[in-house]
Write a protein that binds this ligand. Structure first.
Ligand SMILES: [Zn+2]
Length: 213
């Protein structure tokens, strides 16, 4: 079986998305790029995370041709492949409809630095313009907005996060859900204070050396 390790990670982190209440049922999708093998493991479309097995995960070439697996790949394969091609610094993509981030996306707002944990994306989370799910236009809109950020809200749809490993992309989704909730709650009671770009540069530097080295 090709990309066994990556397929196991897709299953593991799919379950973590459910456990962390970042998605339900078969919603959202994940992919991991093995640049050495030049192959991508991606979630199959419409398969329940709790029932998904490593052999259900689809392995595709960078242009989307299935090289291993019997199921159809995620309906959002276009933007997964586009991001993995466009961003040489990343190897994993996570997409969810997590409720608070999607709430902000449904307002067609960016997510500002209401809390320093927005640093998982950068000094904010930018917003990609709306386009129909699965479309080339949606993929183009995400690429036009994400730049060097590690996350992008998708108008009236959800959020996409990226990282050098699947754990980084997952952690970004989880932490940005907290920041989205804080932004929503602060907007409910007034005008939140937003951290400066200068402070977010400091945070970005500290993030590089935070935790176990
Ligand atoms: Zn979606």
């Amino acid at each position: 079986m090709k990309l066994l390790e990556e397929r196991q990670l897709i299953v593991e982190f799919g379950r973590k998305l459910i456990a962390s209440h970042l998605t339900t049922g078969s919603g959202g999708n994940l992919s991991i790029y093995n640049r050495k093998e030049n192959l991508i493991a991606i979630k199959p479309t419409g398969v329940d995370y709790l029932l998904m097995k490593p052999e259900d995960v689809v392995v595709v070439s960078p242009d989307g041709v299935t090289v291993d697996g019997k199921l159809k790949p995620s309906s959002e394969i276009r933007f997964h492949l586009a991001l993995l091609k466009y961003r040489q610094d990343i190897n994993a993509v996570v997409h969810t409809h997590q409720v608070y981030a999607t709430t902000i996306a449904c307002m067609n707002w960016e997510l500002p630095a209401v809390h320093y944990l927005v640093g998982y994306s950068g000094n904010k989370v930018p917003l990609a313009k709306y386009a129909t799910f699965g479309s080339q236009e949606l993929s183009d809109n995400i690429l036009a907005s994400i730049g060097k950020y590690n996350a992008c809200l998708m108008a009236n749809h959800g959020i996409v996060t990226v990282g050098p490993e699947i754990s980084a992309a997952f952690n970004a989704a989880e932490e940005l859900e907290l920041v989205s909730r804080l932004y929503y709650q602060t907007k409910c009671i007034g005008q939140p204070a937003i951290l400066s770009d200068e402070e977010m540069i400091t945070i970005g530097e500290k993030f590089k050396t935070y935790g176990q080295q």
